[in-house]
Design a protein around this ligand. Structure first.
Ligand SMILES: CC(C)(COP(=O)(O)OP(=O)(O)OC[C@H]1O[C@@H](n2cnc3c(N)ncnc32)[C@H](O)[C@@H]1OP(=O)(O)O)[C@@H](O)C(=O)NCCC(=O)NCCS
Length: 346
């Protein structure tokens, strides 16, 4: 029944008005299915995001459409040759796909497989990595024979429920327990002069995240990548906020960052939080998180919740988040399958 459905590549920079109409109808349907109570990104912002340049990644996007309707969407990416961390990450192709609700269980999802294998072969990738947080996605990936190798969850903190006296006590405790540690706050990009130091510490801390059984390379962040993030964020009016601490020798010992945009004023995205292993156990994690919650609440009184994603095995981070009032909102898993096992399914 789906034999005549051919995947078509999408280039967001030359896409027609017809494409955008199909695309926005598709994403509205997906939004209603998965997050009906959440705000939806305005169409023009979504379009600019898809048009943005990515200097460190190779991105592919495809659609399957019929009679003017987008039935399915596939996005894939892998690290670009020469990008920082290329050698240890080049074997992984990341992919995400969705099929419109009314067109599932008719082989559309399966129709993507030959193309995915072709893209893996084009770039020499040996592992496919896919995230799922919907029952249909888990079922499809289990059918495929992929293994769930990292369990993760989105948690949310409702700002109306925050215990502000506790937040202030975390700040006071942080200052008391580490009297020689200095805390710094940055609204907007980290200053250029500080990026080499920040990128090195961020890379080192990101590599301490528990990845469970996930096959993954080393995470390497550099100042040019940070500049690209900030350019992309500025293009869609996103603002980042960062809180860091420094030890008496001047070295960075902890960091946490968030993102907010006027297109989705109710939501603050909590990004990464990390404390250097030798500075753990002094309440610095709670201190920087508490300062951040105070700061974003003051800057964005219209914000209703903070959202964050964590590996469900990340006990220290989850303990702090839970104490602050974060509660699990959705759970998912990252699945992986080898190129050869995938090819056998075609
Ligand atoms: C995952 C998804 C893309 C699958 O698309 P699809 O077109 O329904 O998949 P197919 O028809 O090719 O299914 C292939 C096989 O997977 C299994 N499968 C797929 N969905 C299933 C479900 N909901 N329950 C049980 N098994 C399922 C079946 O064995 C199916 O073969 P069968 O119908 O002959 O029994 C679709 O369900 C979807 O869009 N889900 C939401 C997005 C998502 O979770 N994406 C992440 C995973 S890529």
């Amino acid at each position: 029944m789906v034999k005549h459905l051919v995947p078509a590549p999408v280039d967001a920079n030359s896409a027609s008005a017809d494409f955008w109409r199909r695309y926005h109808a598709f994403r509205r349907d997906r939004h209603l299915e998965t997050r009906p109570d959440d705000p939806l990104l305005p169409d023009d912002v979504e379009e600019s995001k898809l048009r943005q340049a990515h200097n460190f990644e190779i991105l592919y996007r495809y659609e399957i459409a019929r009679d003017g309707e987008m039935l399915s969407w596939l996005g894939c990416n892998t690290i670009k040759p020469g990008a920082p961390g290329y050698e240890s990450n080049r074997h992984v192709l990341h992919a995400g796909a969705a099929v419109l609700r009314d067109h599932r269980r008719q082989g559309v999802g399966r129709a993507w497989l030959p193309l995915v294998v072709e893209l893996m072969d084009r770039h020499g990738c040996t592992i496919l990595s896919v995230n799922a947080d919907e029952e249909s996605g888990h079922a499809f990936l289990r059918w495929l024979g992929a293994e769930a190798r990292l369990s993760d969850a989105e948690s949310r903190l409702q700002l109306a429920d925050v215990d502000w006296s506790m937040v202030d006590s975390w700040i006071a405790d942080g200052e008391t327990r580490s009297p020689d540690t200095r805390l710094e706050q940055y609204d907007g990009p980290i200053p250029k002069a500080m990026r080499a130091e920040y990128a090195a510490q961020l890379s080192s801390l990101l590599n301490t995240i528990p990845f469970e059984q996930l096959d993954h390379g080393e995470i390497v962040i550099t100042p040019p990548q940070m500049s690209e993030w900030y350019e992309r964020m500025a293009a869609v009016q996103e603002t980042s906020h960062t809180v860091v601490t420094r030890e008496p020798d001047g070295s960075l010992s902890a960091m946490t960052d968030t993102i907010w945009s006027p297109h989705m004023p109710a939501v603050i995205h909590q990004q990464f939080t990390g404390v250097r292993p030798d500075a753990r156990g002094r309440g610095i994690g709670k201190w920087i998180k508490a300062v951040m919650v105070r700061r974003v609440h003051e800057l964005y009184p219209e914000a209703r919740w903070i959202t964050t994603y964590n590996a469900t095995s990340n006990d220290p981070m989850l303990a702090i988040n839970h104490a602050l009032g974060f509660r699990r909102h959705r759970a998912g898993a990252e699945y992986q399958i080898s190129r050869d096992d995938l090819a056998k399914k075609i």
